[in-house]
Design a protein around this ligand. Sequence first.
Ligand SMILES: *Cc1c(COP(=O)(O)O)cnc(C)c1O
Length: 423
Amino acid sequence: MIDNIQASLSYAQEQDVQDELRSYREKFYIPEQENGKPHIYLCGNSLGLQPKITKDYIQQELNDWQRYGVDGHIKAKNPWLPYNEFLTNKMAKVVGAKPIEVVVMNTLSVNLHLLMVSFYRPTKNRYKILIESDAFPSDRYAVESQLKFHGYENGLVELKPRKREDLLRNEDIEATIENQGNEIALILIGSPNYYTGQAFNIKRLAELGHKKGCIVGIDLAHGAGNLKLELHDSNVDFAAWCTYKYLNSGPGSLGGCFIHERYAKAFDLPRFTGWWGHNKETRFGMRDDFNAITGAEGWQLSNPPILSLAAINASLDIFDEVGMDALIKKSKKITAYLEVLINQINGNSVEIITPSNPDERGCQLSLRIINKDGKNVFNAITRKGIIADWREPDVIRIAPTPLYNSYEDVYNFVEILKKELKN
Ligand SMILES: *Cc1c(COP(=O)(O)O)cnc(C)c1O
């Protein structure tokens, strides 16, 4: 991927000079340390940084609210009534979907539940839900509570790595679906997995699952804005993600949903409804029976918080300008750079558990600290200005995000880590 990688500051700086996306770093606020120097922020997988333009987008809506009050729904520069539509095309491009398949609404765990109302339809013989054994806790809670709600408490099937392994093997996933698929109602997998950084071939998952009659949903909390996704072509039934990780839209910002086009007019599918999912022509008539909008928008419930949509809109404008192809190109390169530098460190002190195949990961590498108290190492590098993420029992997650991280960030991080591992 990169030739002749050198563990030198000058080499890292040379990569930054050649980086086609280098100008984007300045479009973000990088948090500062007490000494005024910027942190080395490698935590965009947890909370993406604030684009400098976000303020203006939010201020615009505050101004229009001040100026128009309720009339802002129509008179605002970006009218609030259709505001969510301003995001649709851009979000669809980020995840490789058709506009009719995408909507921004609610938050991720809420959306998972709403989607399960429609897509988890257990029967006596087919009621199980397949997830990763180390699925994100919220996903596990959501799934367990759905099973319980439907009266199938023993219905959880977990994909576990083999003994002394960290990653799921494709052959084991396939065997589980092959052997138990007839009893599985829903496959719900996070890609990449938040802990290991392992990304899955979701097209293959959809194919295997559908062959067995399972519905296939993907949690893209760590995938949206990080992986090259072709959601429509992958044929998964649904997907959901948040926008505050790689999509840089601010803490707790609204989530995104994908519902495959083949359900655009599936009006007989059970769903929980609210006025915002109702036909826009007659939404304010308030007297008609529910009449769902065609496509993903038909799953909306409430009128959405415009200030959050504005922040997402700002961020999506950056993604739209850069394009996922350029983003992925840098992502693969800067992640490979981090990988090479880590692998040059003594293997008795740190190992990468994330797949080495660039097609099976995004920009996150999960580092296991060996033979040392990992938490102490993490605390020490934190004191040196690094912002990363600690996961019990022994993993530091590092995400060099292509929009605002530099090769120099990666170099400096590894130098600091190396020193702490030697101490
Ligand atoms: C971050 C994350 C969540 C968080 O859910 P919220 O409802 O946005 O709080 C859920 N699932 C996964 C896989 C995540 O990575």
